[in-house]
Design a protein around this ligand. Structure first.
Ligand code: ADP
Ligand code: MG
Ligand code: MG
Length: 209
């Protein structure tokens, strides 16, 4: 089934719950190789997204994603705020004013989101950032959509690929963000942003089922 603005809002609520559940884990991952605020930053941002949606849900999936983007940009801060803000904004722009989003629409939105993060942060696969989770997720989503899969299956494929991609950051030397200051000492740690990206996609997949 294609999803509506209400479904996208529900998915963002599920994402906020997921972030709340994993807040401490994300803080601890960031404490090991950064400044320890990633879980708090995202929790603050997604709490604000939920409050905004409590007031009114915009009429199209794109408009809901755009509202999430502006809220995240103003509330998250740090490196991740502008990056996630860009991701949601690019996804919103890709969807335009269409009333619903099917599996192909999800793949398209995710591709636009990931390209936006890459353009903004200049990280590539292998730099130990959220891109290591997001890029394989966008590829998996495209493959799944090409097979004609629906929203839930496309998002489940993306989430599985993001999990694998996030895990791969453990063996990497970070080349972007705070973790890059550690050089080789950062090896052996899961990147917090890669982990949060995988969690967000998992939440969206759960919401779509
Ligand atoms: P800060 O480092 O400013 O405290 P956060 O802790 O909220 O910001 O977010 C850190 C995460 O942001 C990292 O784990 C990484 O995944 C991501 N990140 C940092 N810089 C970049 C970049 N240039 N491109 C992509 N992702 C990045
Ligand atoms: Mg941090
Ligand atoms: Mg910080």
């Amino acid at each position: 089934m294609a999803c509506t603005a209400k479904d996208v809002a529900a998915a963002l609520r599920t994402a906020a719950e997921k972030v709340a559940e994993h807040r401490v884990e994300l803080v601890e991952l960031d404490r090991a190789i950064g400044d320890g605020d990633h879980g708090e930053n995202l929790h603050r941002g997604f709490t604000a997204v939920v409050s905004t949606l409590d007031q009114a849900v915009p009429e199209t999936p794109g408009a809901v994603l755009k509202l999430a983007a502006t809220t995240l940009i103003s509330k998250v801060g740090g490196a991740a705020g502008p990056l996630y803000g860009t991701a949601f904004l690019r996804a919103a722009t890709a969807l335009g004013d269409r009333a619903t989003m099917d599996g192909a629409g999800v793949a398209e939105a995710l591709r636009a989101a990931v390209d936006g993060v890459r353009a903004r942060g200049k990280a590539e696969v292998g730099d130990a950032t959220m891109i290591d989770a997001l890029e394989p997720a966008a590829k998996a989503a495209a493959d799944s959509a090409r097979d004609g899969d629906d929203v839930a299956v496309v998002l489940t494929s993306a989430a599985a690929a993001a999990d694998g991609g996030a895990q791969s950051t453990v063996d990497m030397v970070a080349r972007k963000g705070r973790a890059s200051y550690l050089g080789e000492r950062g090896v052996g740690h899961l990147d917090p942003g890669a982990r949060s990206s995988a969690l967000l996609l998992r939440a969206f997949a759960e919401a779509a089922r």
